[in-house]
Write a protein that binds this ligand. Structure first.
Ligand code: NDP
Length: 326
């Protein structure tokens, strides 16, 4: 038996509890992993508190990230004892995820744990850090370099935002962080932000184009913030859009695209193809400063995850929460 967070729905009411589960209940898959660490992402918090639309079938073990040790494998690539990680692919949404002592999943969803990273560090990075790296790669695909000019990153106090600041600063970019929490000033500076601006920097003014201030941007908020970001990047700039912490809408005109040649690149970490995944994780393992990474992390046991979830949605958690499963 092992402990698992379990999301159930009965009569339209969603509940999440810690349960004892037997291995026979695990879903189909060719590799069984003893999970040592997972993490809490915004999506996990949504799943645990609201169920739909993140959870697509019940009962569901949440957790879009996992790290652990292979205990049984019918995939020739993996042997018992191998250290592995997995993020996305439907974990915690349509397939039981990482917030449990054991997981069973298709071997093609796994990656060997990148060299040099502990399981705790890998989950500290998790989907948030992986997504931040995909955003940085999107800016690079758009032709941006540190010489292009400053990059704006919002949701700076959260997981993706903090990871993006850290990665960009390490690559030599001038990073402008946007946060709704002025009390995080010292923390954001320590991650590498050169300038820290309040959230209303990205409030709409009603103009189709704003003063061009940034070479590029990474947006985790969506809605007005993303629209204003697109309207205020310089000619030829790129914006990577990955989140919806501020809503799903996008109240935008075509002006930034047809008058400034702005590129808006969507980022999906869940179905990211394996070669790009491996490239992103190799860069994360190589480029992230372990001391700065550590300053973003706090640890919690599995049982505490339920209480932390609403605080994530309220925007009260700083950085990344690593869940110690075993
Ligand atoms: P976190 O909760 O860690 O961070 C989100 C941050 O956004 C908060 O800390 C806060 O930062 C800011 N924020 C929260 N609510 C609002 C609001 N109403 N208006 C403006 N800013 C707000 O979440 P994650 O970093 O894990 O995820 C961020 C977003 O990215 C989520 O929407 C998530 O679903 C999405 N995401 C998408 C992925 C993909 O594959 N496309 C993968 C991973 C995440 P501050 O207080 O500093 O302003």
């Amino acid at each position: 038996m092992f402990e698992a967070l379990m999301i159930r729905r009965a009569d339209g009411v969603v509940t999440t509890r810690l349960e004892q589960v037997g291995p026979d209940a695990l879903p189909e898959g060719d590799v069984t992993v003893q999970v040592s660490h997972s993490s809490l992402n915004y999506k996990d918090a949504l799943a645990m508190t609201r169920g739909a639309p993140v959870v697509r079938r019940f009962p569901m073990v949440p957790g879009i990230d996992l790290a652990g040790r292979v205990v049984q494998s019918h995939d020739p690539v993996y042997q018992p004892g191998d250290q592995v990680i997995a993020t996305g692919w439907g974990l915690g949404e349509s397939h039981w995820g990482g917030l449990a002592g054991m997981a069973r999943l298709p071997g093609r969803w796994l990656l060997p744990r990148p060299g040099g990273l502990s399981a705790r560090q890998a989950m500290g990075i998790g989907t948030a850090g992986f997504t931040a790296m995909l955003c940085v790669m999107a800016l690079e695909d758009g032709g941006l370099t540190p010489a292009s000019g400053p990059i704006i990153v919002n949701g700076a106090g959260g997981g993706v935002g903090g990871m993006a600041i850290m990665l960009l600063a390490q690559l030599g970019y001038e990073v402008v962080a946007v946060t709704g929490r002025p009390q995080l000033h010292a923390y954001l500076t320590s991650l590498g932000a050169a300038e820290i601006l309040p959230r209303d920097t990205l409030s709409p003014t009603g103009k189709a184009l704003e003063t061009a201030r940034w070479a590029g941007g990474i947006d985790v908020v969506g809605n007005d913030a993303l629209a204003t970001m697109c309207a205020s990047v310089m000619h030829g700039g790129t914006v990577a859009a990955c989140g919806l912490a501020g809503g799903m809408n996008l109240p935008l005109t075509v002006a930034p695209f047809i008058l400034r040649n702005v590129r808006l690149q969507g980022i999906d970490s869940v179905m990211c193809p394996r070669p790009r995944r491996m490239a992103a994780w190799a860069r994360l393992a190589r480029d992230l400063d372990p001391t700065r990474l550590d300053s973003m992390l706090h640890d919690a046991p599995l049982a505490d995850a339920i209480g932390i979830a609403p605080r994530i949605l309220a925007g009260h958690i700083r950085g990344r929460t690593v869940i110690t499963v075993a």
